[in-house]
Design a protein around this ligand. Structure first.
Ligand code: NAD
Length: 491
């Protein structure tokens, strides 16, 4: 397979890694449609509910009996390093699959393969370097704090960045000694399966990693299974609420990485050229289908009109096009239903009196006719409490509003149920720092946006999530602490 291919045909007999075997799915058949041109490039036979049960039972057995959790950390790390090398070696195939499934540009997908390999490598390093603690003794004993795996982790991922989302869950969970069942979005199952193949080919014990593609019914069956010891979910807030309710009966620990409506704040003293570029890429990068997309723009009133001209100018420069083409900045929306969702929100904005400053429609031309394309869109003049300013659209739609002073903008920034990320643009570092501290968000960027390090914790405040992924403690999230006391010991 080469990246020059403009179309990919997968056929109808894709095997799933279920339990210890590669098997044909016996569940619903999901048509695989390329959002760039609408072509059907395969049919995915998803996992049936009996197959879900079987894979989780095998995973639980592998977690108990394979000896993986008791292997020395550097041995587990060796397997992960091999998996990272295989991911890198299979860059072309993985990038092409992701682009075909969700319409990201091939350049972005290629970068995400490198990120996925880096994530796996990072958790391999964490695995072999994290230490355990000896608590201060208060008597004649030794007390060790040990960190043990949960058993089987259910990893549930969305469609927007399947490679990095899955790597971010599988690598720390496996490094921590767990088995994993991955439930990717049905839209991006094939690339998720190929990513998992890298772990299996790296020598992971059979049964320790399964992929269970399917829709909400499959996800629901997974989270309710008695052998699931922990859930790591990335997706929408409403889905997370359902998962939390389902897991509550058995007190299943959960990590939730959820949606956002992140503010991007531009003060009058900012480098306006840099801010305009940053604001534009914060929302329009990946077609706005990014959890941290800066979808609410707040501009200090004194520069509002001048700055909006700059941002609109940046949006105009964005080339929407075939995701395989080198000169496309963004491809189509990931699916036709995602484009419909965006169109509904733009219609609501119009009804609510919003002014469409740019975009607000599909691009015209023969090359766009069969794909799920939509133009970068900026809406002004909406009230901040309107639906379009409050709800996550997850597409290339930016709402812009002026603000009067620091207190005003902090209230606006914090004025949604979300708290995932925030951007602040100002040359006054003290002011930017103070605003950064006051904003309720898990990640705040000053004079930059969407810089993400695997070494820094990531997660949401309020309804944007619970728990943190990434960072040294990202591995601990997949373990539970045990205090082990050894008596009769003179410390
Ligand atoms: P979604 O919530 O619809 O689906 C996410 C996953 O959950 C999919 O695999 C889906 O099949 C599964 N699912 C659906 N119903 C389920 C149920 N009842 N039980 C178990 N699993 C179920 O989200 P989506 O549309 O795939 O993705 C978009 C959302 O993901 C956006 O809200 C976005 O902000 C969020 N997201 C968050 C982050 C983050 O790190 N915070 C990253 C990427 C995407």
């Amino acid at each position: 397979m080469t990246a020059d291919m403009t179309s990919l045909q997968l056929g109808d007999d894709l095997k799933l890694p279920l339990g210890k075997d590669w098997t044909t799915g016996e569940g619903a058949v999901f048509p695989l449609r390329n959002p760039a041109n609408g072509t059907l490039f395969g049919n995915l036979k998803t996992a049936s509910l009996p197959q879900v049960d079987q894979a989780i039972t095998v995973a639980a057995e592998a977690a108990r009996l394979s000896g993986w959790a008791r292997r020395a950390p550097h041995e587990r790390a060796t397997c992960l390093y091999k998996a990272a090398d295989l991911i890198r070696a299979r860059t072309e195939k993985l990038a092409l699959l992701q682009t075909t499934e969700n319409g990201k540009t091939l350049a972005e997908s290629t970068g995400q393969v490198a990120s996925a390999a880096g994530i796996v490598r990072y958790f391999a390093a964490v695995c072999e370097t994290l230490t355990e603690e000896i608590a201060p003794a208060r008597g004649n004993y030794l007390s060790a704090t040990l960190h043990e795996p949960f058993g089987v982790v259910a990893a549930i991922t969305p469609w927007n960045s399947p490679l990095t989302m899955a790597a971010q869950k599988i690598a720390p969970a496996i490094a921590a000694g767990n088995a994993v069942v991955l439930k990717p979005s049905e839209l991006t199952s094939v690339v998720s399966i190929e990513l998992c193949r890298c772990f299996m080919d790296a020598g992971l014990p059979p049964g320790l990693l399964s992929v269970l593609p399917g829709g909400a019914d499959v996800g629901n069956a997974i989270i309710k299974h008695a052998d699931i010891g922990m859930i790591s979910f990335t997706g929408g807030t409403e889905t997370a609420r359902r998962i939390a309710e389902a897991g509550a009966g058995r007190f299943v620990p959960c990590i939730f990485e959820l949606g956002g409506k992140s503010p991007n704040i531009v003060f009058a003293d900012a480098d306006l050229e840099a801010a305009a570029k940053g604001v534009s890429s914060a929302i329009f990068g990946s077609g706005g289908q990014s959890c941290v997309a800066g979808s609410r723009l707040f501009v200090e009133a004194s520069i509002y009109n001048a700055f909006m001209k700059l941002v609109i100018g940046e949006a105009r420069k964005i080339k929407v096009g075939d995701p395989m083409a080198k000169d496309s900045h963004i491809g189509p929306m990931a699916s036709f239903s995602q484009r419909e969702r965006i169109e509904k929100y733009v219609a609501i904005a119009r009804e609510d009196g919003g002014r469409i400053s740019i975009g607000g429609l599909r691009p015209e031309g023969a090359e766009y006719e069969k794909g799920a394309y939509y133009l970068p869109t900026i809406i002004e003049g909406l009230a901040h409490n309107s639906r379009v300013c409050q709800e996550e659209i997850f597409g290339s739609v930016l709402c812009a509003l002026p603000f009067t002073n620091t207190d005003d903008v902090i209230n606006l920034a914090n004025g949604t149920v979300f708290g995932l990320a925030c951007g602040i643009w100002s040359k006054d570092v003290t002011k930017a720092w103070q605003v950064g501290r006051a904003v309720q968000a898990g990640t705040v960027w000053i004079n930059t946006y969407k810089q993400l390090s695997i070494a820094a914790p990531f997660g949401g405040y309020k309804e944007s999530g619970l728990g943190r992924e990434k960072g040294l403690q990202g591995l601990r999230a997949y373990q539970q602490a045990k205090s082990l006391y050894l008596g009769g010991f003179q410390a």
